[in-house]
Design a protein. Structure first.
Lengths: 268, 282
């Protein structure tokens, strides 16, 4: 279970400041098969995170349809969970309480919850940190807690919103490898949003490339690299070929938007 | 040159943090108290010396030893303790009423947008009004008994709590609320697990500020119209040129004020275990 279909999903909203309508996502069509790991990459402001929020049910699409296992998505649901960007742990709760949060919201009895919390804390390798507060942990550890919090509610679809964006390069690589290990144990459907092309290729079965605003799919690339994948595959010719392919799709857009912001800066 | 360079701490040294490996010694743990106390005692010595050397007149300045003697005498009087009791009672009733109602009003006015639209102008207007100007009116309503003082204390401490609580709720971070919604938290759960913990530091700060306001309020109310209490005692003895009793009264007020704000800032720190400490240790 965990097959996601997006049919003609559009997102428009009224921008009060400028008094105009803004189209964030334009007719997005996408199917994610059960148990697969799919990444969306694209330049800043292409609507990746907006799309993820729509899938989670935090935002409502202006038009179009989203189906999870054939059922329309209306608001947040227990079969989906988000691993948020950095600094989304509740700073006033300990690691334990943060991981238990989803279960608490579902009203899972305390005893069951405690066992599940322990299991997922162990899974992300944070045993003995249960009673620490988030500020006492490194960025990498905080994102492990974030992952454990999402996994603890046992979702069918795991949504990951640039979870490693704020980490340093080495920690990031380690986290990618660990994420694959954890994922291979559960084989949940994953929708992963990222800026990093190499992260997307390394992790995913498919890489969806989105174009700049209004967001739409400009390429859908199947990554044909066998699993389990070691970090060392990032240096193989095949991997680099994929990287070049994705980069050539994005390069033009990133450059033009960089030039644009350069002009704005010099004009200002 | 070289010694000057080593004795002045550089910016790097100031920022250097050393995390203790074991329980620090009593001296280190109570450094703040010890340094504060020694400054206080130093001033007393200078004061006493100035009076003894007749640099100032004792009738106006009293002296630490005379005040100490007054303490000993007054502490044996029943009337003194009754006066203290009256002031403490006025404070406690007014302050507790302000804390309870202030938190409730602040939470409601912060959480419900429309309640805020209704309440905010009133809160702003009442907070900006000098409350002391209302004293004649309050005396008209309550006479100069307990009711007037409790109401005045309530009035001067209520708004600090309301405003802080309200701001605390309103500055609840959207990203945490979004996380909670994503996990399908109900509104009450969001309130309990996101809004309230985020607001608690604001409430405690409001309570600390309000306690100081309230204590000042007690004295102001008693100075204006009373027949008992510490403020009354000060007023009466001042007119009779009993400087040492006045000084004693002021010192007692000061000590009580310090105990209040120190106690409440301890509570504040206790509730903020989840927040990293900031600021220089030195």
């Amino acid at each position: 279970m965990g097959r996601l279909q997006a049919i003609d999903v559009c997102m428009e909203y009224f921008q009060e400041r400028t008094g105009s309508r803004l189209s964030a996502i334009d007719c997005l069509n996408l199917t994610i098969e059960d148990g697969s790991f799919v990444s969306i990459v694209g330049p800043s402001g292409c609507g990746k995170t907006t799309f993820l929020k729509i899938v989670d049910g935090l935002l409502e699409a202006s038009s179009g349809e989203l189906l999870l296992d054939g059922k329309p998505i209306k608001g947040p649901g227990r079969e989906r969970a988000v691993v948020f960007q950095d600094a989304s742990l509740f700073p006033w709760f300990t690691v334990e309480r943060n991981v238990a949060y989803g279960l608490e919201c579902q009203g899972v009895p305390a005893n069951d919850a405690r066992q599940r919390v322990r299991r997922f804390i162990n899974m992300v390798g944070l045993q003995s940190f249960e009673r620490h507060f988030p500020y006492e942990l490194s960025g990498g550890m905080q994102q492990r807690v974030n992952l454990a919090r999402a996994l603890a509610v046992d979702p069918e679809l795991l949504l990951m919103d640039e979870p490693f964006a704020a980490l340093d390069a080495q920690t990031r690589e380690v986290m990618q490898e660990e994420l694959l290990n954890i994922w291979s144990q559960s084989r949940k459907t994953v929708l992963f949003i990222t800026h990093a092309i190499n992260e997307a290729i390394y992790l995913s079965d498919r890489v969806i490339v989105m174009g700049p605003r209004p967001g739409r799919v400009i390429a859908d690339i199947t990554v044909d690299i066998p699993r389990p994948r070691q970090l060392s595959i990032k240096r193989t010719p095949k991997f680099i070929e994929y990287e070049d392919q994705v980069w050539s799709l994005i390069e033009h857009q990133v450059k033009s938007s960089a030039e644009f912001s350069g002009q704005v800066a010099s004009a200002g | 040159m070289a010694t000057a360079a080593t004795s002045a701490p550089s910016a790097g040294e100031l920022r250097l943090q050393r995390r203790p490996l074991k329980q620090p010694s009593w001296w280190v743990r109570n450094e703040r108290l010890a340094l504060g106390l020694s400054g206080f005692i130093g001033l007393l010595i200078v004061w006493e010396a100035a009076v003894r050397l007749k640099l100032v007149r004792e009738l106006f300045a009293s002296s630490p030893s005379a005040i100490a003697l007054t303490f000993v005498q007054e502490f044996q009087l029943r009337s003194f303790w009754e006066g203290v009791g009256v002031s403490v009672e006025e404070f406690a009733l007014g302050y507790v009423a302000a804390v309870i109602s202030g938190i409730i009003v602040g939470l409601i006015a912060g959480w419900y947008r429309r309640a805020n639209y209704v309440a905010a102008p009133w809160i702003a207007a009442w907070y900006a009004t000098p409350h002391i100007a209302l004293v004649p009116l309050i005396i008209l309503w309550f006479g100069i008994g307990l009711g007037y003082k409790v109401f005045y204390v309530f009035l001067v401490s209520f708004f600090a709590i309301v405003i802080n609580t309200m701001v605390g709720v309103q500055t609840s971070e959207l990203r945490y609320i979004e996380v909670a919604r994503s996990f399908r938290a109900r509104d009450m759960t969001i309130f309990r697990t996101v809004v309230l913990p985020g607001t608690l530091p604001f409430i405690l700060t409001g309570m600390r500020l309000a306690a100081t306001h309230a204590w000042v309020g007690v004295v102001v109310a008693e100075l204006i119209g009373a027949n008992a209490g510490l403020g009354f005692m000060i007023n009466l003895n001042g007119r009779m040129l009993h400087t040492n009793v006045v000084m004693m009264g002021v010192i007692i007020l000061g000590i009580f004020g310090i105990i209040l704000s120190e106690g409440l800032s301890r509570v504040e720190r206790r509730f903020e275990a989840w927040r990293p400490r900031v600021g220089a240790d030195a």
